[in-house]
Write a protein that binds this ligand. Structure first.
Ligand code: GAR
Length: 217
């Protein structure tokens, strides 16, 4: 990968974010809350979920964000073919500049990535490259790690392999359960995602090799 500056995604006005999720949507909520507090110059223009009735859809609608379940069939763990195209069409119809995967439990494929080059971000509940994949907080606990955390990264063709934008760490404490550790990680997730989106929206990210540099204001 060569040096590449990731400029402001274009156009005046707030960064237009489309969120994809599968679950409760606390990360999307943290983005909405950061916008409300004036800490992130952005707008969530739409939200789609691959699970019918996912709580993230209710959260989006409560905030006035258009939200839809989009059938990912026939795939169980990935998004490809006509289903992928349906997601791309939905995001484009809502004029999205940046796609934020927020608990979207599916592997996205080159079709979506090509539609939004260097504009698909993911949040992963571990300090990558440790513990990619599912239930990363449980992986860290089972492994005996003393430090866990969260990573926000650009999505590339691999699984949880793209260039890292922001990481935040938390301690693993004696007596932690998967739930208590995940809760501690989520507190940091809710700071990390708005921060990464703010840096992207301000045009302050540059990728050199696989390193993401943060340019001064
Ligand atoms: C978050 O912990 C996120 O990091 C994780 O799913 C949770 C979604 O929570 N994502 C992954 O594990 C992706 N591999 P939320 O629906 O409350 O934002």
């Amino acid at each position: 990968m060569s040096e590449e500056t990731i400029p402001f995604p274009g156009g005046p006005g707030p960064l237009r974010i489309g969120v994809l999720g599968s679950g409760s949507g606390t990360n999307m909520q943290s983005i909405l809350d950061a916008i409300s507090r004036g800490e992130l110059d952005a707008r969530v223009t739409c939200c789609a979920a691959d699970v019918p009735g996912a709580r993230i859809l209710d959260r989006a609608r409560a905030a006035g964000v258009p939200a839809e379940y989009i059938d990912p069939a026939p795939w169980k763990t990935k998004l490809e073919g006509p289903a992928e195209q349906a997601y791309v069409d939905f995001l484009r119809a809502h004029d999205v500049q940046v796609v934020a995967l927020a608990g979207f439990m599916r592997i996205v494929k080159p079709g979506l990535l090509a539609a939004f080059p260097w504009r698909v971000l993911n949040i992963h509940p571990a300090l990558l490259p440790a513990f990619p994949g599912v239930a990363a907080w449980k992986q860290a606990l089972d492994y005996g790690a003393k430090v866990a955390g969260v990573t926000v990264h650009f999505v590339d063709a691999g699984t949880d392999t793209g260039p890292i934008i922001v990481q935040r760490s938390v301690p693993v404490l004696d007596g932690d359960t998967p739930e208590s550790l995940h809760a501690r990680i989520q507190v940091e997730e809710h700071k990390a995602y708005p921060e990464a989106l703010r840096l992207l929206g301000e045009g302050r990210l540059r990728i050199r090799g696989r390193r993401v540099e943060v340019l001064p204001r």
